[in-house]
Design a protein around this ligand. Structure first.
Ligand SMILES: Cc1ncc(COP(=O)(O)O)c(C=O)c1O
Length: 383
């Protein structure tokens, strides 16, 4: 008797969730990448008001034209002239990613994905019937991929490359020269670029460098309101592209995934983007201070080396404890009261690293870092 599809049997729960499920309530948690803020009050009020006003119905599949136009306008400094036809609202960045792989990939195709990675990418590609091919983003190279390495991976069945900057889990960001190198690589091979830019507004000091506005017609931007407006539970995101033909295909696919996204919430997000447009900057300022704090603490610990990220909400230090894997170290930290993610949960190049999401207060970061320091000193002494 056939039970379940090969598709569902081939995918596993992610390592980040496994650690989270092991942790008790009393740990200091650097585990999940979820901002410890609430959405801007205006969004919550507008959500409530929209429901009272009867906005409880289906919307068009691509979403409310006013919201899509607002999103298009928010990209004007990168790409002027876009309008509602360049945007499809999705039920989260997660939904946007799955839509794109389903819309672009045929069985037998492969997709180039970063490694260490956001753990959904590979399973998404295989759900779409394709094969994931991983390119490394190494500590030694500030987590930026090497174009020669990409050239060694690409073949005639490669249809797309996914870039993710600012990166989860590494915090890596691009400068324009690096971006242009990655863009030229994709152009040389006629690849779709899926650019996951969900942390675009959580950047420190320097403006976000996007693949939007580069003039390449095969760029598809994945974005989300989860992190930038602290509304992970609302499940709202979008896909944007200058390529209207691609958007039409994507919107058709979106109908079969979710029909449309949440009516009242789209009104709430429009209110947030209109009346609390500065909110992501408030978050970014706080995350920058936390980032400085945690990086300084980690770099003062034995066997630890940590780059200072220029965006996102994660640090990904190299943590060297002789004869212990990153999973072993993470388990020891958990016993001592700190939850973080072993780097190996994000792919083989993550081995030897830990990921800390600095999504807790500065006081809790300091308390957590005291524990990490004591644990590492103990483990080094025992090694
Ligand atoms: C790089 C990256 N892309 C996409 C997502 C998905 O975000 P959401 O589904 O909450 O919009 C996340 C969430 O952690 C992420 O880190």
């Amino acid at each position: 008797m056939r039970t379940f599809s090969d598709r569902v049997l081939s995918i596993q729960p992610t390592g980040v969730r496994k650690m989270f499920d092991l942790a008790g309530d009393d740990v200091i948690s650097f585990g999940l990448g979820e901002p410890d803020f609430q959405p801007p009050p205006i969004a919550i009020e507008a959500f409530h008001q929209a429901m009272l006003d009867g906005r409880n119905k289906y919307t068009t599949t691509a979403g409310l034209p006013a919201l899509r136009s607002k999103i298009a306008e928010s990209w004007a400094s990168y790409q002027p002239g876009m309008d509602e036809h360049n945007v499809c609202i999705t039920m989260s960045g997660t939904n946007a990613l799955l839509n794109l792989f389903l819309s672009l990939v045929n069985p037998g195709d492969n997709v180039l994905l970063p490694e260490p990675y956001f753990p959904l990418y590979g399973p998404d590609v295989s759900i779409a019937g394709g094969t994931a091919k991983y390119y490394s983003c190494l500590f030694e190279n500030e987590f930026i991929p090497d174009v020669e390495h990409l050239e060694s991976l690409v073949d005639e069945n490669t249809v797309a490359i996914l870039y993710n900057f600012p990166s989860n889990p590494t915090g890596g960001t691009l400068d324009t020269t690096q971006r242009d190198g990655l863009l030229e690589f994709a152009k040389r091979h006629d690849l779709w670029i899926i650019s996951d830019e969900v942390y675009d507004r959580i950047v420190f000091d320097e403006p976000h460098v996007s693949f939007m506005g580069t003039g390449y017609e095969r760029v598809l931007i994945v974005n989300s309101f989860s992190k930038t407006f602290a509304m992970t539970g609302w499940r709202m995101g979008y896909i944007a592209s200058t390529n209207v033909e691609a958007m039409q295909q994507i919107i058709k696919m979106q109908y079969y995934i979710a029909a449309c996204s949440n009516d009242a919430m789209q009104h709430a997000i429009l209110a947030a983007m209109t009346q609390a447009s500065d909110y992501p900057n408030i978050l970014a300022n706080e995350f920058k201070q936390r980032c400085d704090l945690i990086v300084d603490r980690l770099n003062a610990m034995p066997g630890v080396q940590c780059h200072k990220p220029k965006g996102a909400i994660y640090v990904f230090p190299k943590v060297d404890v002789p004869n212990m894997s990153s999973h072993d170290v993470a388990m020891e930290l958990l016993k001592d009261g700190v939850l973080c993610s072993p780097g190996s949960a994000f792919g083989p190049s993550g081995e030897g690293h830990l990921r800390f999401a600095y999504t807790i207060s500065q006081a809790d970061i300091s308390r957590g870092m005291d524990i990490v320091e004591a644990t590492l000193l103990r483990l080094q002494a025992e090694a």
